[in-house]
Design a binder for this molecule. Structure first.
Ligand code: NAG
Ligand code: NAG
Ligand code: ZN
Length: 432
């Protein structure tokens, strides 16, 4: 839905941009700089500290591995706002690696955050430049301020969240008498396995017990509170055979013939009822889903294939990764007509495994949804206890449906609403 809306915004914007500068008809309180539609759009951004900061960090490319420059920019910005900032090195581990670091910040007199706001500063590739389009309703070059679409890589995932969290923190701290102790944590590497969050999680900064009672994760959730996301399990299925001329297949053993029934069985595990050996579903998350992402086998049509390998990703709707591993192992055994030690499952190359992540939603006034994508939530190990359980919220502007695509964009209205949303979450957490 969001995607369609943005496409029409972009199409309308492009048509308008082609029209030569004509007098502006102000709409929605916008009074553009003389003469131009484009000048009007730019003025909306430059007049807002939030929108300007968001523009500045989107304009700095930060595809995973290359987060150094955007990190330095955010550090300087926070220091100018009198935050105490710690740069937590994630790499280099070797001399040839580029410097990458997490940013951990708190107001200078409050070194023990009670509420931690966190998101990530890396993006998926490729870099896409920042641009603006106005939504055009009536064919002239007017636009509605709230509907201006801000495009560019990371504009949604997750620099929209980063900017909104910082400005929500600044607004909250502007009233020092009632402000809780706030911390900011912006990590690298979320898009490729979470090395940044894992580094923070294992570090002395993540104390036991934690100083924080609430963590607010920022990711594109279309301004809804996320009640949880599915778990994750990855593995390989391997088969070994013996090569031979395809005219004399009895002289070899086909690894493809051996793996086929196993792949077929594993492929269906999300649809097979749990009591019949399938992977469990849950009312909250629906079915567990299985994706046979890659299958590689053989060398040529006239050679009996000696090896076959499949790479599988499972999104878990229920249970633990260990339970799911046992179900997968059993499914492989069931699919083989006889004990074949040449077909095996290998979990060792996929250390990233976690159960479904249930999150808190006990703040009024938000729509509540579940999502199917992974986040850094499981990578932050919280050393809390049942008696003092840390609450975790997941919230942010923009839609996941555009986040990794060519048309990553959000609206001015959504970005500004996210600041208000984060402030409401902070205020609710402060009362707990
Ligand atoms: C930062 O602290 C200095 C010294 O106390 C003060 O003059 C300045 O106004 C503060 N800046 C901000 C943005 O709060
Ligand atoms: C497994 O591979 C070995 C070595 O190639 C072979 O001797 C054996 O028969 C194979 N096992 C089965 C069940 O095909
Ligand atoms: Zn993200």
């Amino acid at each position: 839905m969001m995607k369609t809306a943005l496409f029409s915004i972009l199409a309308a914007g492009a048509a308008v941009a082609a029209v030569p500068a004509t007098p502006q008809s102000p709409l929605g309180g916008v009074s553009p700089s003389p003469g131009s539609y484009r000048g009007g759009l730019n003025k909306v951004i430059s007049e807002s500290a939030l929108l300007s900061f968001h523009r500045d960090i989107v304009e700095i490319a930060s595809v995973t591995g290359d987060e150094h420059d955007v990190g330095e920019f955010i550090v300087r910005f926070l220091q100018e706002k009198n935050f105490t900032v710690t740069k937590q090195t994630v790499t280099p581990e070797t001399a040839s690696q580029k410097e990458r670091f997490n940013i951990y910040a708190y107001p200078e007199d409050q070194p023990h955050p009670e509420i931690l706001l966190t998101s990530h500063i890396d993006t998926v590739p490729p870099f896409i430049p920042y641009s603006l389009e106005g939504a055009d309703d009536d064919g002239d070059d007017s636009f509605n301020r709230e509907s201006i679409a801000i495009s560019g890589r990371g504009s949604v995932d997750a620099k929209g969240s980063v900017a909104a969290q910082i400005f929500a923190a600044l607004d909250t701290l502007a009233e020092p008498s009632s402000a809780p102790a706030l911390g900011l944590l912006f990590v690298v590497g979320e898009e490729t396995g979470g090395d940044g969050m894992k580094r923070f999680s294992d570090s002395p900064l993540n104390t036991s017990p934690p100083s924080y009672h609430t963590v607010i994760f920022g990711e594109p959730t279309e301004l809804a509170l996320v009640s949880g996301h599915k778990g994750m399990l990855g593995f390989d299925i391997l088969a070994h055979g013996r090569a031979a001329h395809s005219g004399y297949p009895w002289l070899g053993r086909s690894a493809v013939s051996a793996i086929l029934p196993v792949l077929s069985r594993v492929d269906q595990l999300g649809d097979i009822p749990a009591e019949e050996g399938g992977l469990p579903a849950s009312p909250k998350y629906g079915k567990t889903t299985v994706n046979l992402g890659t299958v590689n086998a053989g060398v040529a049509a006239n050679v009996v294939p000696a090896t076959a390998q499949a790479n599988v990703a499972v999104r878990l709707a229920a249970g633990t990764p260990e339970e799911a591993r046992e179900i997968v192992r059993q499914a492989v055994r069931d699919a083989l007509t006889h004990d074949d030690d040449n077909v095996s499952v290998d979990f060792s190359h996929h250390s990233e495994a976690y159960p479904p992540q249930d999150l808190d939603t006990d703040v009024d006034g938000f729509q509540v949804i579940t999502v199917n994508y992974g986040t850094d939530v499981p990578n932050l190990v919280i050393h809390d206890s049942p008696a003092a359980r840390v609450k975790r919220y997941l919230y942010g502007p923009g839609s996941i449906h555009v986040a990794h695509g060519d048309h990553e964009a959000l609206t001015v209205g959504a970005l500004e609403e996210a600041v208000r949303g984060y402030k409401r979450l902070i205020q609710a957490a402060n009362k707990n």
